[in-house]
Structures are given as structure tokens and as C-alpha cells.
Design a protein around this ligand. Structure first.
Ligand code: HEM
Length: 489
């Protein structure tokens, strides 16, 4: 009895792999790239059919073994995986390789085609509209908000400082969510929004659903996917996510008056979009929701994980922590952080950069080639091929960063940066589709670390070796990240 559905499924996979497999030039080029051993028809299916935890470990092993690049064939779906700086540069600086791969289409039910997921002229026009929302005049004002939110965060941490440890993921995610709300959206979530926890849980749920779908080409087709229980769950999750962001927009709209905004030279993200909408520019209500969803997610989950890993590293490197503390005392004294004094914290900056090397919040990004790509390593990636840029693997490769697992902030001394390929370190990606929020992120991270280190000495509980990762939308631990917070006297 059980055998019948299994048999039908296997026949379906064989038909799928036979009919949907690209032919001719595509495989002629792609099969020249190194590849892990594969089976007939299903190719490397067993490479990717793993739990999120196994997938993370296995992908890293493959990344080390197949440097500088490799290809996979999963049921006839081919991908080129790039691990080296030279070829990262080739792809990231070529406008023809600017379109995101099919994996991002799985985000459309949630993010629509906002800045992260859109392509072509829509992406260009959105990028143009949104770039001024991250102008340095605006960022200067945001530092005050980051400082207020850091005070709230420190108060929360203080309440639990008598405990043996704090799982930093919880309070730090709360901090970054509040910060993106107050800055880009102009909304204080504390006073307005009730279902922050529902929103945070739904982000984890959507990540799990996407990570399940990405390695399974037979559910790429939307009509086929809609028959699955995951699709039904996704609809429920997306409803919760949209409820939250629609609420944000409604709240901000009720405070919005285009007259009062015309007096201000520069507007933060949501106000800017509402102003454009009121003036009849090329963005409708759906477009605004796409961007609010995109920035709410990209603007809090990435920085949250980055701060959590940085805290864990500092707890494990007391000497580095002490040096940052001395720098903070020297540069800030008793003053609050400002845009300019945060820039003077050069040692802290090197530590955060090194932390993002070891723990890049976005471990890989993916494109679809818009033409054949001649790699610097001597291969040709065919047109219309998924190209995965494996940022995490490159940052951890000994050919690119000697002794890669060592936390060494001096890698970011100017003289050492000069010795490396400019695309060796790309936590914020690079080229025209780089992270629009990278300055925002660095300021937020610096403000949080300053506030925390002024109040606490961090002691290790989890070490880097204890962290078990899962494959997800961002670099995430399977469980918690534990740090002990000892109040300074
Ligand atoms: C440590 C924090 C962050 C990291 C490591 C990070 C990393 C990245 C990376 C690697 C990309 C390229 C994605 C791709 O090509 O698929 C990206 C794009 C993007 N990021 Fe960030 N990000 C961070 C923080 C932020 C923040 C704070 C915001 C908003 C306030 C933001 C908004 C975006 C958006 C909208 C895009 C899409 C840009 C485009 O395609 O034009 N990110 N980010």
C-alpha cells in the first residue's frame, strides 16, 4: 500500500528530471565545472536532501573541498557555486548578472517584488526612490534612536544579569525590531503594536518553509506547490506577516500629512514612500507594502544575528573586549554616541568587520545568469543558470583568509586589507545590488555594543564551537547563543 505513492513519486521525479532538464550548450558548459559524485537522472539530489542542520554542515564541507567553484545537478536543475573572490567580482560587477534566481521567487508571496526580490527597471526605479532614505543626514538622526533603544536593551539585560546566562537572540532581536520600527517606519512598536512575537515567529516559519522548498525542484512550480501542506502553512504565515506590516502602514498613514513633510528636506523610508504615493509617483499601496515587508525583515533579522555573534565572540575574547572598552572610554567618555564619534571607533569597527567575516548574516546570495559568464578561473557558466555566491564559504576559506577560524580583528587593518582581493570580503554583497542598509547596520551595531560594554563585562558561556547552525534565510543557530552579563562597577 505504502509502496504505491512512493512509486508514483519516483516515476514523477524521473519524468521531471527527463523533461525539464536543459540540454545542449547549457550542460556542455556547466559540466566542465568540478562536481561532487552524482547519480544518473537524480544527479546530486542526495547532496541537498538533508535537514537544515545537516545541510549547513554538508554545504560547508563541499565548499572547502571544491574551492574555487563547483556545480550541482539536482534533478536536471544546474547551479554554479562560486567560492573565490575573482569570480565573485566577475558576477557582481556585470549588470547582466543582476537578476535574482528562482529561490527569491519563493519569497514573492511575502515580499512581492520589493527591492530585494525585484529585477530590471522596477528594481532600478525602487533603488532610486529609496537611496535618499539612507542619506547620512537621516542616519545621523537615527543614531539618537539607536541610543534610546540601546538604553531599553541594557535595562532588560540588567534584569537578567544575575542569571547564569542570557540567550542573546531574544533581547537583541527585540532591540533590532524596535530600532527598524522607530527609524525606517517612524513607529514605536512598544506603544502601537501588539503582535511583535507573532511577527518574529512567522519570520522563522517562512525561513523554514523556504529552506525546505529551495532544494526540491519538483515543488518549484507554483501550481504543484499549491497542492502541498507547506503551501497552505505558508499562506497562514504570510497572512500574519502582512497583518503586521499593514498595521505599520496604517498607523503611519494616520500620522502622515504631505504638507508637514514638504517642510522637511529628507524623509525616512516609509514617510518617503507615502509622500511619493501622495504625489502620484510610480508606487501604489501594494508597492509600499512590498518595501515595508522587505525593510522590516532585512532591517532587523540581519543586524540581530550580527550583534548576537559579535557578543558571543567578545565574551570569548576578553583581551579584545577590554581594548574596545578602552577605546569607547577614550572616544566617547561619558558622551552619548553620535554619527561622528561612532566613526572614530576604529578598533570596534575592525572587530565588527571580523565578526561579519566569520558570521556573515547573509551566508549566500543567488543570481540567474543573463548571459554566458567567463570566469577568471577558466570556466564558462552558461546563460540562464543559477549562480550561488557562497559568501560564508569564501570568508572561511584558507586560500582567502589564512587560519580562517581565528578571530583576528587585525585582518582589517588598512595594510592587511590592501593585501587582499577587494571581493574577498563581501558580507554586504558588492556591486550595484549591494546592501542599501549597510551604513545603517554598522551604526546600529556600534551603538548597541557601546551601550552594552559600558554597562557589562561579557563572559563566555557558548564558545564558537558550541554553535550549531541551520540553513535559513539568514545565518542562524539551531538553538540559543548564550552569554553571561556581569554588571561593571
Ligand atoms: C549586518 C547587517 C546586514 C547584512 C550582513 C546585510 C547583507 C545584505 C546582502 C548580502 C545583500 C545582498 C542580497 C542579495 O543580493 O540577494 C543585502 C541586500 C539588501 N539589504 Fe542588507 N544586510 C544587512 C542589514 C540591512 C539593513 C539594516 C537593511 C535596511 C535597513 C538592509 C536592507 C537591504 C535591502 C533592501 C537589500 C536589497 C538591495 C537591492 O537589491 O537593491 N540590510 N543585504
Amino acid at each position: 500500500m505504502v509502496l504505491t505513492p512512493v512509486l508514483i513519486f519516483v516515476v514523477f521525479l524521473i519524468i521531471y528530471a527527463t523533461f525539464f532538464r536543459k540540454r545542449g550548450r547549457f550542460w556542455e558548459c556547466l559540466s566542465q565545472l568540478p562536481k561532487p559524485p552524482a547519480y544518473p537522472i537524480i544527479g546530486n539530489l542526495f547532496e541537498v536532501m538533508r535537514t537544515p542542520e545537516q545541510m549547513f554542515v554538508h554545504d560547508r564541507k563541499r565548499g572547502l573541498q571544491y574551492y574555487p567553484l563547483y556545480h550541482l545537478d539536482v534533478l536536471g536543475v544546474g547551479s554554479a557555486n562560486i567560492l573565490n573572490p575573482e569570480d565573485m567580482e566577475v558576477v557582481l560587477t556585470d549588470m547582466k548578472q543582476n537578476t535574482k534566481s528562482i529561490i527569491y521567487e519563493f519569497l514573492h508571496s511575502w515580499l512581492g517584488t520589493g527591492l530585494l526580490t525585484s529585477a530590471g527597471s522596477k528594481w532600478q526605479s525602487r533603488r532610486k526612490i529609496l537611496t535618499p532614505a539612507f542619506h547620512f543626514n537621516i542616519l545621523q538622526e537615527f543614531v539618537t534612536i539607536f541610543t534610546e533603544e540601546t538604553k531599553r536593551l541594557v535595562d532588560e539585560l540588567e534584569k537578567d544579569s544575575d542569571k547564569p546566562y542570557i540567550d542573546v537572540v531574544v533581547p537583541i532581536t527585540q532591540f533590532t525590531l524596535m530600532s527598524i520600527g522607530e527609524t525606517a517606519m517612524g513607529i514605536n512598536f512598544n506603544s502601537y503594536m501588539n503582535d511583535k512575537d507573532g511577527y518574529k515567529k512567522s519570520i522563522y516559519d517562512i525561513g523554514r518553509l523556504l529552506t525546505y522548498r529551495a532544494p526540491r525542484p519538483w515543488i518549484y512550480n507554483d501550481a504543484v506547490y499549491s497542492l502541498t501542506s507547506n503551501s497552505r502553512e505558508e499562506k497562514r504565515v504570510v497572512k500574519t506577516l502582512h497583518q503586521f506590516t499593514n498595521d505599520v502602514i496604517t498607523k503611519r498613514k494616520s500620522n502622515f500629512s504631505s504638507a508637514s513633510y514638504s517642510e522637511r528636506k529628507r524623509l525616512a523610508m516609509l514617510d518617503l514612500l507615502l509622500k511619493y504615493r501622495a504625489e502620484g509617483a510610480n508606487i501604489d499601496d501594494e508597492g509600499i507594502r512590498e518595501e515595508v515587508d522587505t525593510f522590516m525583515f532585512e532591517g532587523h533579522d540581519t543586524t540581530s544575528m550580527a550583534i548576537c555573534f559579535a557578543l558571543m565572540l567578545l565574551a570569548n575574547h576578553k583581551d579584545v573586549q577590554d581594548e574596545i572598552y578602552n577605546e569607547i572610554k577614550e572616544v566617547l567618555g561619558e558622551d552619548a554616541p553620535s554619527y561622528s564619534n561612532l566613526h572614530e571607533l576604529k578598533y570596534l569597527e575592525r572587530c565588527l568587520k571580523e565578526s561579519l567575516r566569520l558570521y556573515p548574516s547573509v551566508p549566500f546570495i543567488s543570481r540567474v545568469s543573463g548571459s554566458e559568464v567567463k570566469t577568471k578561473t577558466g570556466y564558462t557558466i552558461p546563460n540562464d543558470c543559477m549562480i550561488n555566491l557562497q559568501i560564508y564559504d569564501m570568508h572561511h576559506n584558507p586560500n582567502v583568509f589564512p587560519d580562517p577560524e581565528k578571530f583576528d580583528p587585525d585582518r582589517f587593518l588598512p595594510e592587511n586589507i590592501q593585501k587582499r582581493h577587494p571581493f574577498a570580503y563581501i558580507p554586504f554583497s558588492a556591486g550595484s545590488r549591494n546592501c542599501i542598509g549597510q551604513k545603517f547596520a554598522m551604526l546600529e551595531m556600534k551603538t548597541a555594543i557601546c551601550g552594552i560594554l559600558k554597562k557589562f563585562i561579557l563572559e563566555p558561556v557558548d564558545t564558537p564551537k558550541d554553535i550549531v547552525f541551520i540553513t535559513d534565510l539568514v545565518l542562524r543557530p539551531k538553538g540559543s547563543i548564550k552569554v553571561k552579563f556581569v554588571p561593571r562597577h
